[in-house]
Each structure stands twice: as C-alpha cells, then as structure tokens.
Design a protein around this ligand. Sequence first.
Ligand SMILES: Cc1cc2nc3c(=O)[nH]c(=O)nc-3n(C[C@H](O)[C@H](O)[C@H](O)COP(=O)(O)OP(=O)(O)OC[C@H]3O[C@@H](n4cnc5c(N)ncnc54)[C@H](O)[C@@H]3O)c2cc1C
Length: 461
Amino acid sequence: MADHDVDLFVIGAGSGGVRAARIASSYGASVMIAEEYRVGGTCVIRGCVPKKLLVYASRFSDEFEDAAGYGWTVPQPTFHWPALIANKDREIARLEAAYTTTLERFNVKLVKSRAVLEDAHTVRLLSSGARVRAEAILIATGAAPFHGAQIAGLEHVISSNEAFHLPQLPKRILIQGGGYIAVEFAGIFAGLGSQVTLVYRGENILRGFDDDVREHLRREMARRGIKIITRQTVAAVEKVGHGYDVELSDNEQVMADLVMFATGRKPNVHGFGLETVGVKLSESGGVAVDAYSKTSVENIYAVGDVTNRINLTPVAIREGHAFADTVFGGNPTPVDHGNVPTAVFSEPEVGVVGLTEAQARERLAKVDIYKTSFRPMKATLAGRDTRVFMKLVVDGITNQVVGCHIVGPDASDLIQVVGIAVKMRASKADFDATMAVHPTSAEELVTMREIAVSYGRAAAE
Ligand SMILES: Cc1cc2nc3c(=O)[nH]c(=O)nc-3n(C[C@H](O)[C@H](O)[C@H](O)COP(=O)(O)OP(=O)(O)OC[C@H]3O[C@@H](n4cnc5c(N)ncnc54)[C@H](O)[C@@H]3O)c2cc1C
C-alpha cells in the first residue's frame, strides 16, 4: 500500500494552483486541492476579472460624451451601481463554476477548506479535521491586501476586496496608494462619477515604471478630474456623520464618503504551518524557491504571488504549469521571468515591456530613446483633450529594442503584441521595416524615426 493518499496536494485554488493541479493530473498524478474561499482565487473572484468589468463600466461616461462630436444625441445617461455589481457577481459566479467543472473534468479532488501543513507530507483540512498524506505539496496561497502601519481609524478603511461589493457608489472617495491597483480604482470611480482624491507617499504614481509614463499618466488622470496628492500619507481617519474626515501627514483635511487603501499586498505565508515544516522565506517576504519553484523542503513547491516574484496571473499560471511539467511530466522546466509584458488598466491604459529608460541607462553602454506624444484621431471630433504617449528604448550598440512603453487607448492589447517582438529580440530596424497600419495609433510604433535622446556610457555615469 502506498504511504500517501495523493501524489500532489495543492493549497489554494487560484491561478497558479488550479493550473498546476490540472496539468499534474493530466500526467496521471492523483491530485487534491484545498480552497478556503472561492475557486478561481484572487484574479477571478476579486482581482483582474471583476476589476476589468468595472473598468469597462467606467469608460462609458467618456463614450457618451464623445458621441456628441460624432453626431449622436445621447439622452442624459444615468448609472446604477447595484445593477453593475449584480451583473458582475453573476459573471464571477459563472467563472467560478467553470473553474470547478474544469477541476472535476481533470479528476482533481476539490476540498472547500483551509489547509494547514502538519509535516512535510501531511496536510490537515480544518473543515473536517481530516489528514491527507501527499507525496508532493504545492503552496499556491497567493497574497492579501496590506494596509501598512496602524493609524487612528484604520478600521474604517477598505481594501480592493471590499471595493467589489460596495452597497453604493461613493460620491467622494479617497484612495491611498500609487501602485497599479490604486491608479486603476481611481480611474474606475472617477469614470463612474465619484470625486476621487489619490494620496501617495512617493514623488509620483506607479513607482518602478518609466518616468515619462508616470508623468504622462498623472497628467491624464488630473485632466479627468482626479486630484492627486503626492508626498503625503493618510495620518488618521475619523468618522463624521455618514462620511470620513481624513487627515493627511501635512495636516490637510480631506472629506470623503469612503476611504480605500491600496498600499500593497503581502504573500500569504503565515498561519498554515510553513514554519513548522521548515519552509524558508526570501528577503521579499515570499516563499523562497529555486528556478523550478522548489522550496527549501525537498517535496514542497510554491508558485504565484506567495513567492513574491512577479505578481501577475499569467506568471502564476506559467509557474504552476512549469512545476507540473517538472515534477510530474518528466520535463524540468524553469520559468523565464524576463521581459514580462504588463498593463495598468487605468484611464488611459498603460502597457509596458522590457527596460525603462533609467534601467537601460544603468545597464547598457549606449541607449537611444524614441518617443512621441500625439492626440489620438478619435479625440479630434470628440473634442477630448487627451494625448497618447509611446516610447521605445533601444540598445544603441546592438540596435535591439529593449523596452516599449505606451500610455493610451488599448495599450494593454498593443503591448501583448509588441511583447512578442521584444521577446524575439527584434531590432529597431525590424520595427522600421514593418509596414504601418493606417490610420491607427499603433502605427507610431513603426514610424518613429528621430532619436529623441541618446545616452553614452559617459552620460550614464
Ligand atoms: C485588485 C486586483 C487586480 C489585479 N489585476 C490584475 C491584472 O489585471 N492582471 C494580472 O495579471 N494580475 C492582476 N492581479 C494579480 C493577480 O490576481 C494575482 O497575481 C494572481 O491571482 C496570483 O495567483 P495565485 O495563484 O498566486 O494566488 P491567488 O489567485 O490569490 O489564489 C490563492 C488562493 O489560495 C487560497 N488560500 C490561501 N491560503 C489558503 C489555505 N491555507 N488553505 C486553503 N486555501 C488557501 C485563497 O483563498 C486563494 O483563493 C490583480 C490583483 C488584485 C488584488
């Protein structure tokens, strides 16, 4: 008799866990997966998917306005938040059911329970107290919102988790944070008609992104009426009547009906026995893993946000798949975390891949920058005051395009395609040789001929 009940036990049925479970099963492994909340994980239940649905909803206000310039008379549109949330919830429930069906189809045994590690081969299910012996264990527990230091009134503050279930749309919302989630929700609420104040402790929003992108997006957000306050933090939140009096670090007071923090996310590494079994953490606070997602314990692996590598759904999925290929498919597969294209679903969108200008200057002997900013064609008749920004970062020695940065409509879709070229190490000459598609915004990517600025090593030092 085998000394274990299953070949693989997966903790967490999110993006990484579900993919790993079904691929391992397709290789013939017996697999059990535990989920303490809802199948699908953060992305499906309270991340990418519901967020994008709210983004779509928020964009109609501009569309209604812009329609007038194209000859349409649109009766005064009204918006009903509860209808949006109910429709969104229905879609999320459908997706959750689809994920569950997929697991069943692949013979993965799903247990709705919190799972806790007892030793390197034993998982205890808190719902029943049952113990399951597993040959291999995969930690795919994701991450959770983190509000930062304790301040007065922190109990009044919501995170993105609650933002998806508000009973009503706030008239005034203050969002603290400068990362992609803060910026996206600022766009969502502003588009739906809320008065939005964004407070961020740093110099500018979207730390880590190219400086031109940060500046351009900030200007565009301000144009849409979002008040952005930088170099400040929320010092206290006091409930007054139906709203909140928010005190900033410079003593400025901001009144709001809702206060949301999007101040970062922490890997879910506590409270389920990682310490007990000796799984080590990395300096970033995630589970430390090697290139094959193996932890410090021989038969325990970890993928996705819990490892705090690149916290995006496609990365978690790729890591989960590679883990299954490695451990159950007989095909050791490291994950390539280089040149991951990524988007911010702000208004307007941001799409980036590769090096920023600053990173390129640090790493390369010669860097050529091509950039352009222009009014998109659709904005002309609409009379909308908005500009698109595009930038190519080119290795001045090899002519390879090492970075592309776009702010404008459909930037997320554009960067997926540009990502292929960058991954294939396309040169600027390859971009130039590609015929333009006219009239589009994207054609600018292949028609930028003039170097805006060129840096040699001397300039970088
Ligand atoms: C608001 C928001 C918007 C986002 N937008 C995007 C986007 O546009 N694009 C993108 O690529 N990424 C986006 N992300 C990030 C993306 O959601 C994550 O990178 C992705 O979900 C990570 O997958 P995962 O499998 O590591 O973890 P998760 O999907 O978080 O799954 C982990 C699961 O484990 C469960 N769990 C935890 N501990 C236990 C336990 N002990 N026992 C049982 N179950 C447990 C949790 O309930 C959860 O369901 C967004 C995230 C947020 C919060």
